[in-house]
Design a binder for this molecule. Structure first.
Ligand code: GDP
Ligand code: IMO
Ligand code: MG
Length: 458
């Protein structure tokens, strides 16, 4: 059977940890979308693993598959495999022949487009990994797929078609001289052919490429358990998220079928676990009705750091939850849990269970609030409107819960659900009742043993 792990909010809900928790019973862990824009954390035996591309199951020796819906930067792939090997692991990673390749010019274009957009305050705040430009080329039928890397003639044909277009775009539309770029070889067909042809030889030598659909279907037919690991989250899904402040793929459950070649029936017969952070965090721009305080540069209309009680709570949550960019150290935007967002997410994904993480982070606050509805133009909304402009005008209506104390969370995890402070249980049960989805797990700390497990989906 399959268990699909989906981010219910804006990414960084703790998906990696849940994949690690439930992945033990899985034989194969496959990612179905996104690329090295993800950052999934697995804490195991005191060691912290940060994975951006390799499926999180690799930490426990599961076969990892990058499905056809992924965009793969081979530089990152081999670097990450190397880093895991240095830590004493032996990751077994397979890559779909149909997955698309992120080429160096995609990253350059990602950066240029963000710069241009920022002149009119329209930047998305992307991870700069070239994700959007690669999916654009996929949809534009000019992309390079993983299988193309293994055939030097095909690779040359593809590059000879696409590279001059990209060079013209950079030089003629954006007015950037390619020779001034940090990596001018990003636009050089011969250099790309040599480097990426070499990646192709390596993929073939190490027998890493697969027909993902056949590989995963065979595993299911053999009675093996497959975990489908979503990256990002529902509200940054290109179709169901907060367009244009989104990533360029479908993190939602439907993407798990399209992005692996398993049929919707197979995915739907399995379990779909929604990963919920007990508050919100957001990287990048776009509205956030339950936001606490703000982050200059990211929060719309918020140009200078403020102070006041909201700002104090925001800093508390940020510090307790470690909500600072792993690379830049920049504070992330934070807010109260948003129920209209979660209702939308539950409908789109069809969650069969919830894992609610970071309950420990909120401990110590006198009060914990939840946005239970929005008010827009005098009307009360239970779920999110479809446009960013309307969402930006929504006022969150807040419900207040009594806070819960900081306790020994490892002990709580050991003792089970009843050991969670009563006020926290009231909060959790409110969320589960409102969404009509049972709670499968409660995260009370970053480690696997800091999780209260109520249900194992396998
Ligand atoms: P992902 O992208 O959804 O896999 O999540 P990230 O790994 O980017 O971010 C989640 C962060 O929170 C990581 O540092 C995790 O180790 C940590 N984390 C996960 N669950 C919990 C939890 O229940 N409590 C606390 N305090 N931290 C958690
Ligand atoms: P994980 O899997 C949080 C955000 C970026 C930006 C938008 C588009 O760790 O939850 P992109 O580079 O994808 O074109 O950026 O999406 N974003 C994420 N935010 N967690 C992620 O992944 C994200 N991946 C992309 O910040 O706003
Ligand atoms: Mg992350």
């Amino acid at each position: 059977m399959t268990v699909t792990i989906v981010g219910s909010q804006l990414g960084d809900e703790g998906k990696g940890g849940v994949v690690d928790l439930y992945g033990d019973a899985a034989d194969v862990v496959a990612r179905y979308q996104g690329g090295d824009n993800a950052g999934h954390t697995v804490v195991h035996d005191g060691e912290t693993y940060k994975l951006s591309l390799v499926p999180s199951g690799a930490v426990r020796g599961k076969v990892g598959v990058l499905g056809n819906g992924c965009v793969v930067n081979p530089r990152t792939l081999f670097d990450e495999i190397e880093t895991l090997r240095e830590k004493g692991l032996d990751p077994d990673v397979r890559v779909a022949e149909r997955a698309h390749v992120i080429l160096p010019f995609h990253r350059v274009l990602d950066g240029i487009e963000e710069d241009v957009k920022s002149e009119s305050d329209q930047e998305v705040g992307t991870t700069g990994r070239g994700i959007g430009p690669t999916y654009e080329d996929k949809a534009g039928r000019r992309g390079v797929r993983i299988r193309d890397l293994l055939d030097p003639d095909v690779l040359r044909d593809r590059l000879e078609y696409v590279v001059p277009q990209k060079r013209a775009l950079v030089e003629d539309v954006y007015g950037v001289d390619v020779s001034d770029l940090e990596d001018p070889e990003a636009f050089d067909v011969d250099a790309l052919h040599e480097e990426f042809g070499e990646f192709g030889r390596r993929l073939a030598e190490e027998d890493m490429t697969v027909n993902a659909s056949a590989f995963l279907s065979d595993a299911i037919d053999d009675g093996r358990n497959v975990m489908l690991e979503g990256a990002q989250g529902t509200i940054i899904d290109i179709d169901h998220g907060n367009y244009p402040y989104v990533t360029s793929s479908n993190p939602t459950a439907g993407g798990a079928a399209v992005g692996t070649g398993l049929s919707p029936g197979v995915v739907g017969d399995g379990e779909i676990v929604g990963i919920v952070k007990a508050y919100l965090s957001r990287v990048g721009s776009g509205p956030l009705p339950t936001e606490l305080g703000g982050v200059p540069g990211d929060t719309p209309g918020y140009d200078e750091e403020g102070d006041g009680p909201e700002e104090e709570i925001a800093t508390y949550i940020r510090d307790e939850g470690g909500e600072y960019g792993t690379v830049t150290g920049r504070p992330r935007r934070v807010g109260w849990l948003d129920m209209p967002m979660l209702r939308h997410s539950t409908r789109v994904n069809g969650f069969t269970g919830l894992a609610i993480n970071h309950v420990d982070v909120l401990s110590g606050l006198d009060e914990v609030k939840v946005g239970y509805a929005y008010e827009l133009d005098g009307e009360e909304l239970e779920t999110m409107p479809s446009t960013t402009e309307e969402w930006g005008r929504c006022e969150a209506k807040l419900r207040t819960f009594d806070g819960w104390p900081d306790v020994d969370w490892s002990e709580v995890a050991e003792e089970g659900y009843e050991a969670i402070p009563e006020n926290a249980r009231t909060y959790l049960e409110y969320v589960s009742d409102e969404l009509d989805v049972p709670i499968y797990a409660v995260g009370v700390g970053p480690g696997r043993e800091e999780t209260v497990v109520l249900e194992d989906p396998y």
